[in-house]
Design a protein around this ligand. Structure first.
Ligand SMILES: [Fe+2]
Length: 346
């Protein structure tokens, strides 16, 4: 691979391009100013104007969202996993088909995995300086199902969804489809098919690196110079070397999610995996090496790591660092160490 192809795998948060009308709900009162981002994969965006930074399939999608304070992302459901990492701001999540089954206010560092088939919504509470990263399961995460009042309300503002969930913008001159081609509100029987999730079930699916010690010695290099780190098994089988360590959230997502905590000068020595991974920086300044190419990355930056390439990463800052590592697939991923690491391990 050339230098250019590696550089195109590093997407810096300062380069993330939002879409202000990614979804059918964006013209409803109280939804103004929602910014959606597609960093890896098209996600579930309904508007063809949404920019996708890296289109290559990874087995999951990575996106982001920000909302002005007090504004809402409307009630909707997904057919695949949806996981959020609160990077900045405070967010009130609420869920259930009428939004009253439970609520939780999340703060920076919180990761939440929302069960598939559960209606969920969230609003920004506290600060306009806010951002959440999100991971969606599968290469094709399908379409969002919106609560009925979203579909009915959007029509008043010229937004409709076809049955394939593509957006029709009548105000922008799109032709109005025949009514049989439009998505219809859900019947009561259909609504009753969606999941109910109790507050206790949802709170068991929230994890914050700051509130847990993490696993020591999760990788063979942890005892070597520059390899000290703790690993947090947040979702799925992961890529650690501890055997069947149980993650915080166990049901299949199509990816696993872990977090690496490392002091300055430490990180991951050179290794590789046979599946794709995506590294997202939570805190600190890091150097990522992909093959022969070195990249400096910081908070909220995203790095797509191809399968099979030798890679390392290291906290180059002066503060403790956190890097989130999403690994493609539901199976445990086995690590392969570079010859120089194996030599040090003796
Ligand atoms: Fe969603």
């Amino acid at each position: 691979m050339t230098d250019a192809s590696m550089a195109s795998r590093v997407v810096r948060s300062s380069d993330y391009i939002p879409c202000e009308e990614a979804f059918v709900d964006t013209r409803l009162p109280g939804r103004e100013g929602k910014m959606n981002y597609c960093i890896i994969g098209p996600g579930v965006a309904e508007n063809e104007k949404q920019v996708v930074h890296i289109a290559e399939p990874h087995g999951f999608n990575v996106g982001g969202v920000s909302l002005p304070t007090g504004k809402i992302n409307s009630l909707h459901s997904h057919t695949t996993a949806e996981v959020f990492l609160v990077c900045r701001g405070n967010w009130r999540f609420f869920w259930g088909y009428d939004g009253t089954d439970g609520e939780a206010v999340l703060s920076p560092g919180d990761v939440i995995s929302i069960p598939t088939g559960t209606f969920r919504a969230f609003e920004s509470v506290g600060s306009d300086n806010n951002f959440m990263l999100s991971w969606l399961g599968e290469d094709d995460p399908g379409h969002v199902t919106w609560a009925n009042d979203v579909i009915e309300g959007a029509a008043e503002f010229g937004f409709y969804l076809r049955k394939d969930s593509s957006l029709v913008d009548v105000n922008a001159g799109d032709e109005m489809p025949a009514s049989e081609d439009l998505l219809q509100p859900l019947s009561e029987a259909e609504l009753l098919q969606f999941n109910r999730t109790s507050p206790a079930e949802m709170s068991a699916r929230v994890y914050n690196v700051a509130q847990f010690a993490g696993l020591p010695g999760a990788f063979a290099d942890c005892g070597l110079a520059g390899g000290a780190k703790r690993y947090h098994a947040i979702i799925g089988e992961g890529c650690h070397e501890l055997g069947p360590a149980r993650a915080h959230v166990l049901n299949p997502h199509s990816f696993s999610l872990g977090a690496v905590e490392a002091a300055p000068g430490n990180g991951f020595l050179t290794h590789r995996f046979g599946v794709k991974q995506v590294l997202t920086i939570g805190a600190g300044e890091w150097e990522v090496v992909l093959g022969d190419d070195h990249f400096s990355v910081g908070p909220e930056d995203t790095v797509s790591i191809p399968a099979g390439i030798w890679r390392s990463f290291r906290n180059t800052g002066t503060e403790p660092g956190i890097a989130y590592l999403a690994t493609s697939g539901d199976l445990h991923a086995d690590i392969e160490w570079a010859p120089d690491v194996l030599q040090q391990l003796g």
